[in-house]
Design a protein. Sequence first.
Length: 248
Amino acid sequence: MVDSPSTVRPDRRAELAAGLARVRSRIADACAAADRDRAEVTMIAVTKTYPASDVVALAGLGVADVGENRDQEAAGKAAEVAAAGVSPRWHFVGQLQRNKARSVVRYADVVHSVDSVRLARALDAASASGRDRPLDVLVQVSIDGDPARGGAVPDSADPDTGLGPVTDAVAGTAALRLTGLMAVAPLGWEPERAFARLAEIATAVRAVHPAATALSAGMSGDLEVAIRFGATHVRVGSALLGMRPTLR
Ligand SMILES: *Cc1c(COP(=O)(O)O)cnc(C)c1O
């Protein structure tokens, strides 16, 4: 028998409450250390691999923002959560294929992972026909310039994957709103070096697109450093929900 999303076992609820208390205090401490207002930082609970019942429980604990990285999993989970009468903001944070754009725009409030002009155009078309209001978009940046793990490339003239062309394309659409940048610290980089570089990139992008104020950076292992370098959104999975059974 499968639990319905509205029934969360009390021990699981307690586990989530404890994880949430730890993460919230880490965020508060990091904001204090960086002399930043706590209200500037939004925690996104990345619930991939975890069931809809966890999303419902987290919402009951005051979590308003939820992240997912695979369309197939996210679409079903968002429907289950909605059926339970709960409506968090859904953030899509994973690599996105253009053929999934029409699905994602139906449940996502924010997409963090736009990294090509072609994907921006596909999302714009999908958003124009599948939504009644614009979709918030963060452009994903490749901090080390290697596009293999996703991300538009700073200082690249590539018309499809250069950061300038991608931010300009998103800003120029009618059905997308450029709200900021997202990045993951590259493997093998110290988070300090990665997020310092990201802060420079964000400053340059804001000089051209002043409304692009969001900076989605920092995960379970490096959220303090990301907050020190200006993150406005931290994406937290394992520190909140527990270690995932598979690495992804
Ligand atoms: C899984 C994931 C996270 C959360 O990672 P944790 O290390 O579990 O906090 C954040 N961002 C993206 C893009 C992810 O895929």
